[in-house]
Design a protein around this ligand. Structure first.
Ligand code: LLP
Length: 418
């Protein structure tokens, strides 16, 4: 369930806010998020970690809107960033930079300098070449960079190939077999202080077993690394926990972590500081995208329901053939449903939001695309010169605009005629 997103009679609401009223006020497409859903998701992780020295670093790439970042900053979270832009965002949201960790395979020197200057907690380094550059940059800045090496544990996360990251064939992390050697190199560099180890095996993981496998593989390495007199203060197990899009049943965050902590304790590593980097599981089911039906178009093979949201707003179906539930904002009891492909106005056949959906709709009706809190707005683009949608954050009966709709002036601002 999604207790914070439910019907009040016929009308779908987010917490106490009526989506029909919000769409009237702010227009469509409109993203609406439940603050309480986010806080509950965070609380589940924290229950799992009760009594431990653990830090949740929200992987802000999932949804990097300032209003969302502020929710997690106020709740005392750290953040996992992947660019200088994300660092600037997280600082603008008032986050504690001392709890920021920096992931990603392609950090530039400028981004390294910016993060060192800001005083982030840790660089999650993904290659030997990056280690050398980071050490140089730190020495030149008169600083030491705290580092963790991202290990590729070579386990199958059993998810979509585009969002699986912990296999040998992926571009991410340092190969398990080379890890000890690379740690020795890191420890010898003048600009670095080794502080931890990390891994991230993929996203939308719906089973516990890949996590348990990765944990064992990482702990084997911790033993081997510490045998070289390199002490690891923290262990970071990444993010990746899935959400329910279409009846998926991922383990609950608290249950998963109780299981993982039992293994950690059994192997004698229960005293280490723990970091995790969840993204999707903190925001994914907190959000919906409200869109208006523009036209229905019956066809010989397919009926199309053309809506005002598109692949530029909700790129996951086009990119991963991802499934998002689509529901009418106002339920009609007597209308006969028709099978539609729900598509956007963008000039591509890949611009679909849902296929073969039974809906009783006509022009002007509102639909809600569910599970739209993660990797939707943060991946939105201006393709077809479409302005990005507005966003509203709901807390109880209070609904606040956290991003106004992007105008065409906003889009033209950075360009000039020659
Ligand atoms: N840490 C690292 C190093 C990551 O690369 C990611 C996500 C996370 C944490 C957070 O993973 P999560 O808890 O959200 O699964 N756009 C795709 C998902 C890409 C995930 C990229 N990395 C999608 O819409 O499914």
């Amino acid at each position: 369930g999604q207790p914070h997103i439910a019907r009040d009679g016929a009308v779908l609401r987010v917490e106490q806010a009526d989506l029909q009223a919000l769409a009237r006020e702010h227009g469509t497409p409109l993203f609406v998020y439940s603050k309480q859903w986010m806080l509950d998701a965070l609380a589940a992780y924290r229950r799992g970690f009760e009594g431990r020295d653990a830090l949740v670093c929200y992987a802000m790439k999932a949804n990097s809107s300032l209003g969302v970042l502020r929710v997690f900053a106020e709740a005392g979270c750290g953040f996992d960033i992947v660019s200088g832009g994300e660092l600037a965002r997280v600082m603008a949201a008032g986050a504690d930079v001392g709890k920021v960790i920096f992931s990603g395979v392609g950090k530039t020197r400028a981004e390294m300098r910016q993060a060192l200057e800001a005083g982030i907690a840790c660089f999650n380094v993904e290659s030997e070449a990056e280690l050398d550059v980071l050490s140089d940059v730190a020495v030149a800045a008169g600083k030491r960079a705290p580092v963790s090496l991202r290990i590729n544990p070579n386990v199958d996360a059993k998810t979509h190939p585009y969002i699986s990251t912990g296999l040998k064939g992926n571009k991410f992390g340092i190969a398990h077999d080379r890890a000890v050697e690379v740690y020795r190199h890191a420890a010898s560099l003048p600009g670095l202080t080794v502080v931890g180890i990390d891994c991230h095996i993929g996203s939308q993981i719906t089973e516990a077993s890949p996590y348990l496998d990765a944990l064992e593989r990482v702990l084997d390495l911790v033993q081997a690394i510490e045998a070289q007199d390199i002490r690891l203060q923290h262990l970071d197990f990444g993010g990746g926990l899935g959400i329910d899009y279409n009846g998926d049943t991922p383990p609950a965050a608290d249950a998963l972590w109780q299981q993982l902590l039992a293994r950690l304790d059994a192997r004698g590593f229960g005293d280490r500081k723990l970091i995790i980097e969840p993204g999707r599981s903190l925001v994914g089911n907190a959000g919906v995208c409200v869109t208006e039906v523009l036209y229905t178009k019956p066809g010989e093979e397919k009926n199309f329901c053309i809506v005002d949201a598109a692949m530029n707003d909700l790129p996951r179906p086009a990119m991963y053939e991802a499934f998002h539930r689509i529901e009418p904002v106002v339920l009609k009891v007597d209308a006969e449903p028709v099978r539609y492909d729900v598509v956007g106005p963008v000039c591509e056949s890949g611009d679909w939001l849902g296929r073969d959906r039974e809906l009783a709709v006509q022009s002007g009706d509102l639909l809600a695309v569910l599970s739209a809190g993660a990797y939707c707005m943060s991946m939105a683009s201006n393709y077809n010169t479409r302005g990005r949608a507005a966003e509203v954050l709901v807390s109880g009966s209070e609904a606040r605009l956290i991003r106004r709709r992007e105008t065409v002036e906003d889009q033209l601002r950075a360009e000039q005629l020659l």
